[in-house]
Design a binder for this molecule. Structure first.
Ligand code: CU
Length: 449
């Protein structure tokens, strides 16, 4: 028998991860099927956005996989632009991770790709587009191409009554110049799971429920703070990885691409608002109603007086031993260069903008420490593809241990340090997750030797 399959030769190809391009009709049904389709989001009856979405919904379909259990994935691009799907937080080979800078091929309009992936590590992950937007606030992460992915550990204890997934997103708007001449996006509306406050289905709970909330900030550029009036959050995981010390906190802070998983004890019957803590963003729509069984009336919001968050409280207690191996240090300085009036600034790592940034070589099996010195006036959510790192220092504070993440927010004029084991050979992208920053050069690639 002659197979109709045509294998595409790619660098870094590994067993079980070959990209296979084939006609849809030739294939047996895949485990996961994503169709990238034009879609009109109705955030409220008065707010419609022409965008592109996975399977015609925002967020895309909730995908559940079991750690290590290989999945066949088929992606069809029914949009008019080349697309690519990044599996955020997974340990995948470069050719399917979903970044063209790593060598993953783009999916042309009208084309399909099919490949197998092995889901790992377990936890709350997500998938999203990884394209260029430039000044178009309907493209790339400004649009609707994001979805939740839950990779179940084989021994998940599941100590909760209800599990909910919430995505924070900002839409529409325009670019506006600030005093220093830089252009920043200013949005029209903000949503949770594609709906403005009061226009989506409420989250229905029962008194005594333990609700496990998986919150994703899929915003293209904005950090968000959320609180649930009348309740607190017990944070159990950051970026899908269990924290060494669970803490009960009044609000969550999420930088773009970050995830927080938290248990809420439903012990205060009524109608409540879960929403952005900053009033103007909640007024722009970022909120959802929490409705206890039997409750009615206008949902209540209580305004916290300040924004509270720090990573350090979730790290391991001080007596924890550090591992013996000395990591190799890689120093990275972040800044921007304004190109002159009427021009764009470029973001730089060690004085260079992508595609001219350095390509440091990593050695498989070696530990690395990234020392990220942010000399700019902006906060940057830094993301390393295909690996989990351990946050070792933030805000110039003392060393910390045990916080495993894939995004870390590096505030303006501070230094943050993360460590990781180079255990997944292949081109590896490292970048600021803010769409407008990555579009203007804030990316670099690590190579493995
Ligand atoms: Cu940035």
């Amino acid at each position: 028998m002659i197979t109709r399959r045509r294998f595409v030769e790619l660098s870094g190809l590994t067993a079980g991860s070959a990209i296979v391009r084939m006609p849809v009709w030739a294939a047996k049904a895949p485990d996961v099927s994503l169709e990238i389709v034009p879609y009109t989001l109705e955030a409220s009856p008065k707010h419609h956005f022409r965008t592109v979405a996975y399977n015609g919904q925002v967020p895309g379909p909730l995908l559940r996989m079991i750690q290590g259990k290989e999945q066949s994935v088929e992606i069809h691009n029914a949009s008019s632009d080349p697309e690519i799907v990044h599996w955020h937080g997974l340990f995948l080979p470069s050719n399917i991770d979903g970044a063209m800078e790593e060598g993953t091929p783009m999916i042309d309009p009208g084309a399909s790709v099919r490949y197998n992936l092995k889901p790992d590590p377990p936890g709350f992950r997500w998938f999203h587009t990884h394209t260029f937007a430039g000044k178009d606030l309907t493209k790339a992460q400004y649009g609707g191409l994001h979805g939740f992915l839950m990779i179940e550990a084989r021994d998940n204890p599941g100590n909760y009554d209800q599990e909910v997934f919430l995505a924070l997103h900002d839409w529409g708007g325009h670019f506006e110049g600030s005093n220093d001449g830089y252009m920043n996006p200013v949005y029209d509306i903000s949503t949770i799971n594609g709906k403005m406050l009061g226009f989506g289905e409420p989250l229905r709970v029962k008194q005594g429920d333990r609700v496990l909330m998986h919150v994703l900030n899929s915003s293209p550029t904005e950090v968000h703070w959320v609180a649930l009036a009348g309740h607190s959050f017990r944070v159990v995981a950051l970026d899908g990885n269990a924290v060494p010390q669970q803490q009960t906190v009044p609000m969550l802070r999420l930088a773009p691409a970050e995830r927080v998983s938290a248990v809420v004890e439903m012990n205060n019957p009524g109608m409540w608002v879960l929403g952005e803590v900053r009033k103007h963003i909640q007024s722009a729509g970022m909120g959802i109603v929490i409705e206890y069984g039997g409750a009615s009336g206008k949902p209540i919001w209580t305004q916290p007086d300040s924004l509270i968050w720090n990573y350090r409280q979730f790290a391991a207690p001080e007596e924890t031993q550090t591992s013996g191996d000395e990591p190799t240090r890689i120093e990275l300085v972040f800044d921007s260069r304004f190109q002159g009036h009427g021009n764009e600034e470029l973001w730089r790592i060690n004085g260079k903008s992508y595609p001219h940034t350095d390509e440091p070589s990593l050695k498989a099996g070696q530990r690395y420490r990234l020392i990220m010195k942010n000399e700019s006036m902006d906060d940057h959510p830094m993301h390393l593809h295909r690996h989990t790192f351990e946050v070792r220092q933030v805000d110039g504070g003392p060393e910390i241990l045990g916080l495993r993440k894939d995004v870390v927010l590096v505030p303006a004029k501070t230094t943050a340090e993360v460590e990781f084991l180079a255990n997944n050979p292949g081109r590896t992208l490292f970048h600021c997750h803010q769409q407008d920053h990555m579009d203007r050069g804030f990316m670099m690639v690590f190579r493995y030797v």
